[in-house]
Design a protein around this ligand. Structure first.
Ligand code: AMP
Ligand code: ZN
Length: 509
């Protein structure tokens, strides 16, 4: 019989740490809100995906089976904004769809590269929103039929007054909420408690789909409800995302899904805290972000970044710093050196006696118990790693005096493998060239079987940051570096134009 360790997680719905108890014993269905693929994920986004991977790997190591669905948001306001800029006003709907798909396909591939580089296990299913428009329309119609949604001028809105449970996740005070106004926006950082859009009527210059309410496109929130119900069924054990998604996105997902299903949909809502930079949230709109590729350019291994994130508790705000990455690197070196020591045979017959020596196998059991107690208690990684480091110090000291036997060493290696199945950071680093578009790498990348130039993949922000780095090198009269950056941009298909007034322009070659 399979032995499963009980694991507890903080449930945002109840505001309590609860033991997970999947509807089908031993099998956990997990839905994660995936990336919006119009640009590189920044490392704040990646923190959220790393927390999800930590949770999933812990469940797997604890003996559960996990069915993990993570969507790809490939139709949404910002995607449309960025993908349609170069199209003529009279572009056909087909051309608009094609332009949108080109952008989202590229960034989907680059996102998957990021996951692989950080050893994030690929989800079992990764549905694209555009592949589930039919299910979204059915879900919306279901809500209209139940009186929970209404059409207005080609758009459809969810009527929150019809769903008394609205606010249960974010713990909103219903009395204090405004009602009646419809918001035609699904930017998740806007704090509106009003009826929200399910289907958006066609606007000039946007790709559209036909529907019973006229041409239009889905709102962001309905995408996850439709894909979740389609691919995981009418019940999800754990739904995850970053804390910014609690309201309105997840609140709206509950309203849509439970409104349509007529019963509770998700048992546990688990949210990861934000990654900060100098006290501010890392975000694309603030422009204060790094991508994984930026870190790799600075010589930081993706696995070091993984460890730096995972050695902190997922529900605590974390300030990003290069010192933090250095500390992570040192910790990893220590674990890997210990692992190497355990792989090798001990010194002949040991160097003497040590009265206080605990039996290494006892020490190991103590560490294993402490490690699992911490992980089972809402993924308390700092404490779990402390148990591992205590073991390392004790056994190193003991091995100096009385060499561990081969059997003892193998038992320790077994524990290192067990912990690595969660942290995925020892014994190895990630090969540095896993990210195709890292500095200095080829000017083209093969995406979805098609070779495309890096210029098409690079975002304007990314180009600007390389230009700024070159400018900084010039200011510092570091000509070798400034030439290298110019050549790098050239290899990526970006031509720089040094203007008379000292500014630098650029164009795609
Ligand atoms: P997006 O690609 O914008 O849809 O975001 C993907 C995920 O990243 C979502 O789950 C967000 O909650 C999460 N996220 C966005 N910014 C941050 C941040 N600074 N730190 C941690 N997670 C974030
Ligand atoms: Zn979602």
């Amino acid at each position: 019989m399979r032995i499963i360790r009980p694991i507890s997680l903080y449930n945002t719905l109840t505001r309590k740490i609860e033991q997970i108890s999947p509807i089908i014993p031993g099998e956990v269905k997990v839905y994660s809100c995936g990336p919006t693929v119009y640009n590189f994920a920044h490392i704040g986004n990646l923190r959220t995906f790393l927390f999800q991977d930590l949770m999933k790997r812990t469940l797997l190591a604890a003996g559960y089976e996990v069915r993990h669905c993570m969507n790809i948001t490939d139709v949404e306001d910002k995607i449309i904004r960025d993908s349609q800029v170069d199209l003529p006003a009279d572009a056909t709907n087909e051309a608009r769809h094609a332009a949108m798909n080109r952008l989202t396909d590229r960034y989907t591939v680059l996102f998957l590269e990021d996951l692989d580089a950080m050893r994030i296990l690929r989800p079992d299913v990764m549905p694209k929103a555009t592949g589930h428009i039919g299910q979204m329309k059915i879900l919306i119609q279901n809500l209209v039929d139940k009186g929970l949604a209404y059409a207005r001028e080609g758009s459809v809105y969810f009527r929150i007054a019809g769903f008394p449970n609205y606010g249960c996740l974010a713990h909103l005070d219903r009395e204090g909420m405004q009602s009646g106004a419809s918001m035609d926006a699904d930017e998740y950082d806007k704090d509106h408690a009003q009826d929200f859009v399910l289907w958006k009527a066609a606007k000039t210059g946007e790709p559209t789909w036909d529907s019973a309410w006229g041409p239009g496109r889905p709102g962001w929130h309905i995408e996850c409800s439709a894909m979740g119900i389609e691919l995981l069924g009418g019940h999800v054990d754990i739904h995850t995302g970053g804390v910014d998604l609690i309201f309105p996105h997840h609140e709206n997902e509950i309203a849509q899904s439970e409104g349509a299903l007529g019963h509770p949909w998700v048992s546990m809502w688990v949210h990861g805290e934000f990654l900060m930079v100098e006290g501010e949230k890392m975000s694309k709109s603030l422009g204060n972000f790094y991508t994984l590729r930026d870190l790799v350019e600075k010589g930081i291994n993706p696995i070091t970044f993984r460890y730096a994130i995972q050695s902190n508790h997922y529900r605590k705000l974390l300030n990003f710093s290069f010192e933090g990455l250095k500390a992570a690197d040192n910790s990893l070196k220590r674990i890997r050196a210990f692992r190497k020591r355990m792989e090798e045979d001990g010194a002949q017959a040991g160097g003497g006696t040590w009265k206080e020596a605990l039996d290494p196998v006892q020490r190991l059991e103590k560490a294993r118990i402490a490690f699992w107690e911490a992980m089972a208690d809402d993924l308390n990684t700092p404490e779990a790693l402390a148990a591992l480091f205590t073991l390392i110090s004790d056994l190193n000291a003991q091995d100096d005096r009385i060499a561990l036997t081969r059997e003892e060493r193998d038992a320790v290696l077994g524990f290192l493998d067990e912990t690595d199945s969660i942290f995925a950071a020892w014994p190895h680093e990630s090969p540095m060239d896993v990210l195709a578009s890292v500095t200095g790498l080829p000017a083209t990348a093969v995406l979805g079987g098609v070779s495309v130039s890096m210029a098409e993949i690079l975002s304007p922000e990314r180009i600007q940051s390389l230009i700024a780095a070159r400018q900084a090198a010039r200011d510092a009269r570091n000509w070798a570096e400034s030439d290298r950056l110019r050549d790098q941009l050239k290899a990526m298909g970006i031509v720089l134009e040094d203007r008379k007034d000292g500014t630098v322009g650029w164009r795609r070659a």
